[in-house]
Design a protein around this ligand. Structure first.
Ligand code: P6P
Length: 301
């Protein structure tokens, strides 16, 4: 079976980006191991978003930052768990990440993930998702898997018991199909357009698949090849909850590489400039047909 390294070498992305992706895959292995040790206690701190940090959030963050400090090609990192971007060396690459997306689900033993965006940049201020050279998500579930794009389509890799990531699927495509992952349902109390979209899905026998962690929910859409994930805003949260740099832009690149779409209801996610590292954005992501319908039915994302 083809390993992640074989795939990267054959994809012709070059030694430097290959080294960065392999480093991140090594982080995924270490994070998966750390979860086996059930660090699901609270860390007693909050991140910049005021969200309670679990020991596991911080452990995952430290694993990635340490690994990036050892990688001579990486110069800067930014994490959902850190207030500022951090210089880690003289490398040309920048890596941004949500180290453990959905971490609050670990103590109820549901799948969680890590999300990575890779740029050639000295700062994340002013970048946009279209500038990403690659993006990758890891899903920590019954299996540990990675979905990766280096802009040659999207592939899935499985972490095998011998520690190798092996290629299990390639050229994932997302098309029509009745599956929906509706986040932020609380918005329905103020947004009748969102309620109307939910009614459409219910009245047309769509299958509900929502776990509370964006990474496995969006991975499912790519792997099943159909569906839509939504997390709109409303008056109390006009930009929703999800972060542009750390969550939505990396996911948007993967979805567009699967022939899908990702918008904030008006703009492509990948063309939104990162003005602040903590910037949030509404997101509609999935099959082009479903995202276009949602855009038509929702007045403003
Ligand atoms: P809600 C997890 O905390 C997360 O950032 C995403 O992974 C997930 O889709 C969303 O928040 C869940 O938000 O409002 O349903 O709890």
């Amino acid at each position: 079976m083809k390993t992640l390294l074989n795939y990267l070498e054959e994809s012709g992305v070059g030694e430097e980006l290959t080294h960065v992706v392999i480093s991140l895959a090594d982080c995924v292995k270490k994070i998966a191991d750390s979860m086996d040790k059930s660090h699901d206690g609270k860390a007693g701190s909050q991140n910049v978003f005021g969200e309670e940090q679990l020991a596991l959030d911080l452990i995952a963050n430290e694993i990635i930052v340490y690994e990036m400090e050892q990688n001579k090609h990486v110069g800067i990192v930014a994490s959902e768990e850190m207030e500022e971007e951090k210089s880690v060396g003289e490398g040309e690459y920048g890596v941004c990440f949500d180290p453990l997306d959905g971490s609050s689900l670990v103590d109820v033993n549901l799948s969680v993930g890590s999300i990575f965006g890779i740029y050639k940049t000295k700062t994340f201020f002013g970048v946009r998702g279209d500038n990403q050279l690659a993006s990758m998500i890891a899903v920590y579930g019954p299996k540990t898997t990675i979905l990766l794009t280096v802009r040659h389509g999207v592939c899935e890799f499985l972490l095998r018991s011998d520690g190798e990531f092996v290629l299990t699927r390639e050229n994932l495509q997302v098309g029509p199909g009745k599956m929906f992952a509706p986040g932020n349902l609380r918005a329905c109390s103020k947004r009748k357009d969102y309620l109307k979209l939910l009614d459409f899905w219910a009245e047309n026998n769509y299958t509900l698949r929502y776990s509370g962690a964006m990474t496995p929910d969006v991975a499912q859409i790519m792997l099943k090849g159909k569906g839509i994930f939504t997390y709109p805003g409303y008056d109390e949260q006009p930009d929703g909850k999800l972060r542009l740099l750390y969550e939505c832009a990396p996911m948007a690149l993967l979805m567009e590489e699967c022939s899908g779409m990702a918008t904030d209801g008006n703009l492509r996610i990948l063309q939104k400039d990162v003005e602040s590292l903590s910037q949030r954005t509404p997101i509609l992501i999935g099959s082009s047909e479903e995202v276009q319908r949602a855009m038509d039915m929702l007045q403003n994302g």
